[in-house]
Design a binder for this molecule. Structure first.
Ligand SMILES: [Zn+2]
Length: 130
């Protein structure tokens, strides 16, 4: 009787470290699967297409369309914006300000020419305010 319970306790004590080891191995393999994001060189047509797909809030009629980055306080054009992300189609891509170390997202970019935007916002508020 006493010898049997001792054997069970011993086998449980041996099992625990093995489980920890398995978890550690899983984390290690997950970390190595994620690829580092890097800027992608795209042809002008493809880049314009990427801008339209990722930044849906703006029309993007050409790569010369300009935006004002509210984080680094600079005007950037579609040509300067970097397309960053995976190579598995456009869905995984995201946009990056051309200024080094600027961590802005498209939500931080506004149109530098304000006349049209202000009018749109004015109409938007008037319609909803009534
Ligand atoms: Zn910026």
């Amino acid at each position: 009787m006493t010898r049997e319970s001792q054997t069970v306790a011993a086998s449980r004590a041996h099992r625990a470290p093995v489980m920890f080891l398995q978890i550690a191995t899983e984390f290690a393999s997950l970390g190595s699967v994620i690829p580092p994001s890097q800027p992608i060189r795209l042809a002008a047509e493809d880049k314009l297409e990427a801008l339209r797909r990722i930044d849906k809030g703006r029309p993007w009629s050409s790569l010369d369309d300009q935006l004002y980055c509210t984080i680094c306080k600079r005007v950037i054009s579609g040509r300067q914006i970097e397309v960053v992300g995976g190579t598995n189609g456009l869905r995984a891509l995201h946009l990056k300000c051309s200024t080094p170390d600027c961590l802005s997202t498209p939500a931080d970019w506004i149109l530098p020419v304000k006349s049209d935007t202000v009018r749109e916002i004015d109409i938007f508020f008037r319609d909803n305010g009534a």
